[in-house]
Design a protein around this ligand. Sequence first.
Ligand SMILES: NC(=O)CC[C@H](N)C(=O)O
Length: 380
Amino acid sequence: MTTSTRGTSKVPAVLVLEDGRVFRGRAYGAVGETFGEAVFSTGMTGYQETLTDPSYDRQIVVATAPQIGNTGWNDEDDESSRIWVSGYVVRDPARVPSNWRAKRSLDDELVAQNIVGISGIDTRALTRHLRERGSMRSGIFSGPQLPTDAELVEKVQAQPQMKGASLYEEVATKEAYVVPAIGEKKFTVAAIDLGIKGMTPHRMAERGIEVHVLPATATEEDVYAVSPDGVFFSNGPGDPATAEGPVALMTAVLARRTPLFGICFGNQILGRALGFGTYKLKYGHRGINQPVQDRTTGKVEVTAHNHGFAVDAPLDKVSETKFGRAEVSHVCLNDQVVEGLQLLDQPAFSVQYHPEAAAGPHDAAYLFDRFVSLMEGQRA
Ligand SMILES: NC(=O)CC[C@H](N)C(=O)O
Protein backbone atom coordinates (compact mmCIF):
# COMPACT_ATOMS: atom_id res chain seq x y z
CA MET A 1 0.00 0.00 0.00
CA THR A 2 1.43 3.39 -0.90
CA THR A 3 0.83 6.68 0.82
CA SER A 4 2.12 10.17 0.09
CA THR A 5 4.97 11.24 2.32
CA ARG A 6 4.94 14.95 1.33
CA GLY A 7 8.61 15.18 2.16
CA THR A 8 7.89 14.92 5.88
CA SER A 9 7.46 11.18 6.33
CA LYS A 10 8.33 9.61 9.66
CA VAL A 11 8.32 6.16 8.07
CA PRO A 12 11.85 4.72 8.37
CA ALA A 13 13.71 3.74 5.22
CA VAL A 14 17.12 2.30 4.44
CA LEU A 15 19.32 2.32 1.38
CA VAL A 16 21.37 -0.86 1.30
CA LEU A 17 24.40 -1.31 -0.96
CA GLU A 18 25.70 -4.68 -2.08
CA ASP A 19 29.00 -4.14 -0.26
CA GLY A 20 27.12 -3.99 3.05
CA ARG A 21 27.04 -0.22 3.55
CA VAL A 22 23.68 0.97 4.86
CA PHE A 23 22.28 4.53 4.90
CA ARG A 24 19.29 5.31 7.10
CA GLY A 25 16.67 7.89 6.21
CA ARG A 26 12.93 8.34 5.77
CA ALA A 27 10.51 7.11 3.14
CA TYR A 28 10.08 9.42 0.18
CA GLY A 29 7.47 8.78 -2.52
CA ALA A 30 6.00 5.29 -2.39
CA VAL A 31 6.61 3.06 0.64
CA GLY A 32 7.87 -0.45 -0.12
CA GLU A 33 10.99 -2.01 -1.56
CA THR A 34 12.90 -1.61 -4.79
CA PHE A 35 16.21 -2.67 -6.35
CA GLY A 36 18.59 -1.23 -8.91
CA GLU A 37 22.12 -0.12 -9.65
CA ALA A 38 22.99 2.84 -7.40
CA VAL A 39 24.30 5.70 -9.58
CA PHE A 40 24.75 9.38 -8.85
CA SER A 41 23.69 12.29 -11.03
CA THR A 42 25.21 15.73 -10.61
CA GLY A 43 22.43 17.72 -12.31
CA MET A 44 21.19 20.57 -10.16
CA THR A 45 18.07 20.97 -12.31
CA GLY A 46 16.05 18.73 -14.58
CA TYR A 47 14.99 15.96 -12.19
CA GLN A 48 11.74 15.45 -14.11
CA GLU A 49 13.67 14.77 -17.33
CA THR A 50 16.08 12.49 -15.46
CA LEU A 51 13.39 10.41 -13.78
CA THR A 52 11.48 9.90 -17.05
CA ASP A 53 14.60 9.04 -19.14
CA PRO A 54 14.20 5.35 -20.15
CA SER A 55 18.00 4.90 -20.01
CA TYR A 56 17.66 4.94 -16.19
CA ASP A 57 15.63 1.72 -16.21
CA ARG A 58 16.71 -0.52 -13.27
CA GLN A 59 18.83 2.18 -11.67
CA ILE A 60 18.43 3.85 -8.29
CA VAL A 61 19.42 7.46 -8.89
CA VAL A 62 21.16 9.50 -6.20
CA ALA A 63 20.78 13.27 -6.60
CA THR A 64 23.95 15.05 -5.53
CA ALA A 65 22.05 18.37 -5.48
CA PRO A 66 20.95 18.63 -1.85
CA GLN A 67 17.47 20.07 -2.40
CA ILE A 68 15.16 18.24 -4.76
CA GLY A 69 11.53 18.86 -5.69
CA ASN A 70 11.50 22.65 -5.48
CA THR A 71 9.79 23.09 -8.83
CA GLY A 72 7.34 20.23 -8.39
CA TRP A 73 6.10 18.18 -11.35
CA ASN A 74 4.54 19.58 -14.52
CA ASP A 75 2.67 18.13 -17.49
CA GLU A 76 5.23 19.21 -20.12
CA ASP A 77 8.73 18.01 -19.27
CA ASP A 78 8.40 14.22 -19.28
CA GLU A 79 10.88 12.53 -21.63
CA SER A 80 8.62 9.46 -21.95
CA SER A 81 5.29 8.09 -20.73
CA ARG A 82 6.46 7.23 -17.21
CA ILE A 83 9.16 7.37 -14.56
CA TRP A 84 11.80 4.74 -15.31
CA VAL A 85 14.24 4.99 -12.39
CA SER A 86 13.66 2.13 -9.99
CA GLY A 87 14.30 4.35 -6.96
CA TYR A 88 15.22 7.89 -6.00
CA VAL A 89 17.61 9.02 -3.27
CA VAL A 90 17.53 12.62 -2.05
CA ARG A 91 18.82 14.58 0.85
CA ASP A 92 16.36 17.36 1.54
CA PRO A 93 13.04 17.18 -0.32
CA ALA A 94 10.99 20.32 -0.89
CA ARG A 95 7.91 20.46 1.31
CA VAL A 96 6.15 23.03 -0.85
CA PRO A 97 6.85 23.04 -4.59
CA SER A 98 6.79 26.41 -6.25
CA ASN A 99 6.73 26.93 -9.99
CA TRP A 100 4.18 28.41 -12.37
CA ARG A 101 4.07 25.17 -14.35
CA ALA A 102 3.90 22.77 -11.38
CA LYS A 103 0.77 20.63 -11.27
CA ARG A 104 1.71 18.54 -8.24
CA SER A 105 4.62 17.79 -5.94
CA LEU A 106 7.44 15.42 -6.88
CA ASP A 107 6.67 13.10 -3.98
CA ASP A 108 2.99 12.90 -4.98
CA GLU A 109 4.10 11.94 -8.49
CA LEU A 110 6.47 9.29 -7.10
CA VAL A 111 3.57 7.88 -5.10
CA ALA A 112 1.20 8.00 -8.10
CA GLN A 113 3.74 6.04 -10.16
CA ASN A 114 4.64 3.74 -7.26
CA ILE A 115 8.32 4.74 -7.20
CA VAL A 116 10.02 4.00 -3.88
CA GLY A 117 12.44 6.67 -2.68
CA ILE A 118 14.37 7.67 0.39
CA SER A 119 15.17 11.10 1.84
CA GLY A 120 17.31 12.42 4.65
CA ILE A 121 20.41 10.60 3.36
CA ASP A 122 23.89 12.12 3.43
CA THR A 123 24.05 12.03 -0.37
CA ARG A 124 27.54 13.52 -0.31
CA ALA A 125 28.95 10.62 1.70
CA LEU A 126 27.00 8.18 -0.48
CA THR A 127 28.34 9.74 -3.70
CA ARG A 128 31.91 9.63 -2.41
CA HIS A 129 31.39 5.97 -1.55
CA LEU A 130 30.09 5.18 -5.05
CA ARG A 131 32.91 7.19 -6.58
CA GLU A 132 35.52 5.22 -4.66
CA ARG A 133 33.93 1.76 -4.87
CA GLY A 134 32.04 2.15 -8.15
CA SER A 135 28.34 1.91 -9.02
CA MET A 136 26.83 -1.17 -7.44
CA ARG A 137 23.61 -3.05 -6.83
CA SER A 138 21.40 -1.57 -4.13
CA GLY A 139 17.94 -1.60 -2.62
CA ILE A 140 15.64 0.86 -0.85
CA PHE A 141 13.39 -0.57 1.85
CA SER A 142 10.81 1.41 3.79
CA GLY A 143 8.07 0.60 6.25
CA PRO A 144 7.45 0.57 9.98
CA GLN A 145 9.17 -2.79 10.50
CA LEU A 146 12.21 -3.69 8.47
CA PRO A 147 14.19 -6.95 8.43
CA THR A 148 17.78 -6.93 9.69
CA ASP A 149 20.48 -5.24 7.63
CA ALA A 150 22.12 -8.60 6.98
CA GLU A 151 18.90 -9.96 5.45
CA LEU A 152 18.55 -6.87 3.26
CA VAL A 153 22.16 -7.06 2.03
CA GLU A 154 21.50 -10.66 1.05
CA LYS A 155 18.42 -9.60 -0.94
CA VAL A 156 20.47 -6.96 -2.76
CA GLN A 157 23.23 -9.42 -3.55
CA ALA A 158 20.66 -11.74 -5.14
CA GLN A 159 19.76 -9.10 -7.77
CA PRO A 160 21.10 -9.19 -11.36
CA GLN A 161 24.11 -7.03 -12.30
CA MET A 162 23.89 -4.15 -14.77
CA LYS A 163 26.79 -5.68 -16.70
CA GLY A 164 25.17 -8.13 -19.09
CA ALA A 165 21.66 -6.66 -18.68
CA SER A 166 19.56 -6.48 -21.87
CA LEU A 167 16.89 -3.86 -21.21
CA TYR A 168 16.25 -1.83 -24.37
CA GLU A 169 13.42 -4.01 -25.70
CA GLU A 170 11.59 -3.62 -22.39
CA VAL A 171 11.46 0.18 -22.61
CA ALA A 172 11.06 0.74 -26.37
CA THR A 173 7.78 1.41 -28.15
CA LYS A 174 5.96 -1.67 -29.43
CA GLU A 175 4.30 0.25 -32.28
CA ALA A 176 5.88 2.57 -34.84
CA TYR A 177 4.72 6.21 -34.75
CA VAL A 178 5.48 9.42 -36.62
CA VAL A 179 6.62 12.77 -35.21
CA PRO A 180 5.78 15.28 -37.96
CA ALA A 181 8.24 17.92 -39.16
CA ILE A 182 7.64 21.40 -37.75
CA GLY A 183 7.13 23.71 -40.73
CA GLU A 184 8.25 22.57 -44.15
CA LYS A 185 9.23 18.88 -44.34
CA LYS A 186 12.74 18.49 -45.72
CA PHE A 187 13.83 15.00 -44.68
CA THR A 188 12.54 11.65 -43.47
CA VAL A 189 14.42 9.85 -40.70
CA ALA A 190 13.88 6.34 -39.36
CA ALA A 191 14.67 6.46 -35.63
CA ILE A 192 15.29 3.14 -33.90
CA ASP A 193 13.78 3.37 -30.42
CA LEU A 194 16.02 1.69 -27.87
CA GLY A 195 14.66 3.93 -25.09
CA ILE A 196 14.28 7.22 -26.96
CA LYS A 197 13.66 10.47 -25.09
CA GLY A 198 10.84 12.68 -26.35
CA MET A 199 13.10 15.66 -26.93
CA THR A 200 15.17 13.80 -29.56
CA PRO A 201 12.52 13.54 -32.32
CA HIS A 202 11.43 17.04 -31.34
CA ARG A 203 14.93 18.45 -32.00
CA MET A 204 14.85 16.75 -35.41
CA ALA A 205 11.30 17.93 -36.16
CA GLU A 206 12.41 21.51 -35.47
CA ARG A 207 14.86 21.09 -38.36
CA GLY A 208 12.20 19.97 -40.86
CA ILE A 209 12.66 16.24 -40.27
CA GLU A 210 9.70 13.87 -40.24
CA VAL A 211 10.71 11.21 -37.73
CA HIS A 212 9.42 7.64 -38.02
CA VAL A 213 10.10 6.14 -34.61
CA LEU A 214 10.41 2.36 -35.02
CA PRO A 215 10.46 -0.41 -32.39
CA ALA A 216 13.81 -1.81 -31.23
CA THR A 217 13.03 -4.99 -33.16
CA ALA A 218 12.64 -3.15 -36.50
CA THR A 219 14.19 -4.95 -39.47
CA GLU A 220 16.14 -3.55 -42.41
CA GLU A 221 12.92 -3.85 -44.47
CA ASP A 222 10.96 -1.83 -41.86
CA VAL A 223 13.63 0.89 -41.93
CA TYR A 224 13.77 1.20 -45.73
CA ALA A 225 9.97 0.97 -46.04
CA VAL A 226 9.84 4.61 -44.86
CA SER A 227 12.37 5.68 -47.58
CA PRO A 228 14.63 7.38 -45.05
CA ASP A 229 17.13 10.12 -45.86
CA GLY A 230 18.87 9.17 -42.63
CA VAL A 231 18.72 6.59 -39.86
CA PHE A 232 19.02 7.38 -36.16
CA PHE A 233 19.81 5.03 -33.24
CA SER A 234 18.65 6.27 -29.83
CA ASN A 235 19.85 6.18 -26.26
CA GLY A 236 18.77 3.24 -24.12
CA PRO A 237 19.29 1.30 -20.89
CA GLY A 238 21.45 -1.71 -20.15
CA ASP A 239 24.72 -3.15 -21.41
CA PRO A 240 25.51 -2.42 -25.09
CA ALA A 241 27.32 -5.77 -25.26
CA THR A 242 23.84 -7.38 -25.33
CA ALA A 243 22.52 -5.34 -28.29
CA GLU A 244 23.10 -7.91 -31.06
CA GLY A 245 19.94 -7.04 -33.01
CA PRO A 246 20.62 -3.27 -33.19
CA VAL A 247 24.30 -3.90 -34.08
CA ALA A 248 23.22 -6.14 -36.99
CA LEU A 249 20.66 -3.56 -38.15
CA MET A 250 23.21 -0.74 -37.98
CA THR A 251 25.70 -2.85 -39.91
CA ALA A 252 23.11 -3.20 -42.69
CA VAL A 253 22.47 0.56 -42.68
CA LEU A 254 26.22 1.29 -42.88
CA ALA A 255 26.58 -1.15 -45.78
CA ARG A 256 23.97 0.89 -47.68
CA ARG A 257 25.83 4.13 -46.84
CA THR A 258 22.65 5.83 -45.56
CA PRO A 259 23.48 8.89 -43.39
CA LEU A 260 23.53 7.73 -39.79
CA PHE A 261 23.47 9.41 -36.38
CA GLY A 262 23.54 7.74 -32.96
CA ILE A 263 23.19 9.04 -29.42
CA CYS A 264 24.52 7.29 -26.30
CA PHE A 265 23.46 3.63 -26.66
CA GLY A 266 23.47 4.48 -30.39
CA ASN A 267 27.12 5.54 -30.09
CA GLN A 268 28.00 2.28 -28.36
CA ILE A 269 26.22 0.36 -31.13
CA LEU A 270 28.20 2.25 -33.78
CA GLY A 271 31.35 1.38 -31.85
CA ARG A 272 30.42 -2.28 -31.94
CA ALA A 273 29.37 -2.20 -35.60
CA LEU A 274 32.84 -0.83 -36.41
CA GLY A 275 34.50 -3.63 -34.44
CA PHE A 276 35.39 -1.78 -31.22
CA GLY A 277 34.59 -3.17 -27.78
CA THR A 278 32.57 -1.58 -24.99
CA TYR A 279 33.28 -1.67 -21.26
CA LYS A 280 31.67 -0.62 -18.00
CA LEU A 281 32.91 2.59 -16.40
CA LYS A 282 33.59 2.55 -12.67
CA TYR A 283 30.83 5.01 -11.80
CA GLY A 284 29.78 6.49 -15.14
CA HIS A 285 28.91 10.01 -16.24
CA ARG A 286 25.53 11.40 -15.17
CA GLY A 287 24.64 15.05 -14.96
CA ILE A 288 24.41 18.18 -17.03
CA ASN A 289 27.84 19.71 -16.44
CA GLN A 290 30.31 17.43 -18.22
CA PRO A 291 33.05 19.02 -20.35
CA VAL A 292 33.51 17.46 -23.79
CA GLN A 293 35.88 18.49 -26.55
CA ASP A 294 34.86 18.26 -30.18
CA ARG A 295 38.21 17.25 -31.63
CA THR A 296 37.09 18.13 -35.16
CA THR A 297 36.86 21.84 -34.20
CA GLY A 298 38.79 21.99 -30.93
CA LYS A 299 35.78 23.55 -29.19
CA VAL A 300 34.82 22.57 -25.65
CA GLU A 301 31.16 22.20 -24.78
CA VAL A 302 29.37 21.65 -21.49
CA THR A 303 27.03 18.70 -21.94
CA ALA A 304 24.41 16.39 -20.46
CA HIS A 305 25.44 12.78 -19.83
CA ASN A 306 23.88 9.56 -18.69
CA HIS A 307 26.08 6.59 -19.39
CA GLY A 308 27.66 3.80 -17.43
CA PHE A 309 29.37 2.08 -20.37
CA ALA A 310 31.77 3.45 -22.98
CA VAL A 311 33.39 2.56 -26.30
CA ASP A 312 36.95 1.28 -26.27
CA ALA A 313 38.50 3.00 -29.32
CA PRO A 314 41.99 4.48 -29.74
CA LEU A 315 42.16 8.25 -29.18
CA ASP A 316 45.48 8.81 -30.88
CA LYS A 317 44.96 7.35 -34.32
CA VAL A 318 42.54 6.85 -37.16
CA SER A 319 41.24 3.25 -37.14
CA GLU A 320 40.69 1.12 -40.22
CA THR A 321 37.28 -0.53 -39.98
CA LYS A 322 35.14 -2.53 -42.36
CA PHE A 323 33.35 0.73 -43.23
CA GLY A 324 36.56 2.64 -43.90
CA ARG A 325 38.44 5.02 -41.64
CA ALA A 326 36.94 5.97 -38.27
CA GLU A 327 38.10 8.33 -35.55
CA VAL A 328 37.18 9.44 -32.06
CA SER A 329 35.54 12.82 -32.69
CA HIS A 330 34.70 13.77 -29.08
CA VAL A 331 36.37 13.12 -25.75
CA CYS A 332 35.40 13.82 -22.13
CA LEU A 333 37.90 16.23 -20.59
CA ASN A 334 37.41 14.85 -17.07
CA ASP A 335 38.70 11.37 -17.85
CA GLN A 336 39.46 11.06 -21.59
CA VAL A 337 36.52 8.68 -22.16
CA VAL A 338 35.41 8.34 -25.81
CA GLU A 339 32.39 10.62 -26.30
CA GLY A 340 31.92 10.46 -30.06
CA LEU A 341 32.84 8.57 -33.22
CA GLN A 342 32.86 9.55 -36.85
CA LEU A 343 33.48 7.76 -40.09
CA LEU A 344 35.74 9.52 -42.56
CA ASP A 345 34.70 7.70 -45.72
CA GLN A 346 30.93 7.70 -45.35
CA PRO A 347 28.24 9.82 -43.65
CA ALA A 348 27.95 8.36 -40.14
CA PHE A 349 28.68 9.68 -36.66
CA SER A 350 27.53 9.38 -33.07
CA VAL A 351 27.99 10.86 -29.62
CA GLN A 352 27.95 9.27 -26.19
CA TYR A 353 26.21 12.22 -24.57
CA HIS A 354 22.98 14.15 -25.08
CA PRO A 355 22.69 16.98 -27.62
CA GLU A 356 18.89 16.87 -27.12
CA ALA A 357 19.40 17.73 -23.40
CA ALA A 358 15.93 18.97 -22.56
CA ALA A 359 16.97 20.53 -19.28
CA GLY A 360 20.04 21.94 -21.05
CA PRO A 361 22.77 22.84 -21.58
CA HIS A 362 22.32 23.33 -25.32
CA ASP A 363 25.97 23.63 -26.38
CA ALA A 364 25.78 20.38 -28.35
CA ALA A 365 22.60 21.14 -30.34
CA TYR A 366 24.81 21.69 -33.43
CA LEU A 367 25.06 17.91 -33.77
CA PHE A 368 21.50 17.79 -35.12
CA ASP A 369 22.59 20.34 -37.74
CA ARG A 370 25.54 18.10 -38.57
CA PHE A 371 23.10 15.23 -39.18
CA VAL A 372 21.05 17.52 -41.48
CA SER A 373 24.25 18.43 -43.39
CA LEU A 374 25.06 14.75 -43.91
CA MET A 375 21.58 14.19 -45.36
CA GLU A 376 21.90 17.29 -47.57
CA GLY A 377 25.32 16.08 -48.72
CA GLN A 378 23.90 12.72 -49.71
CA ARG A 379 21.27 14.39 -51.88
CA ALA A 380 23.63 16.82 -53.60
N1 LIG B 1 21.75 6.99 -22.02
C1 LIG B 1 22.16 5.87 -22.63
O1 LIG B 1 21.85 5.59 -23.79
C2 LIG B 1 22.98 4.92 -21.81
C3 LIG B 1 23.61 3.81 -22.58
C4 LIG B 1 24.03 2.63 -21.72
N2 LIG B 1 22.89 2.02 -21.11
C5 LIG B 1 25.03 3.10 -20.67
O2 LIG B 1 24.71 3.09 -19.50
O3 LIG B 1 26.13 3.47 -20.99
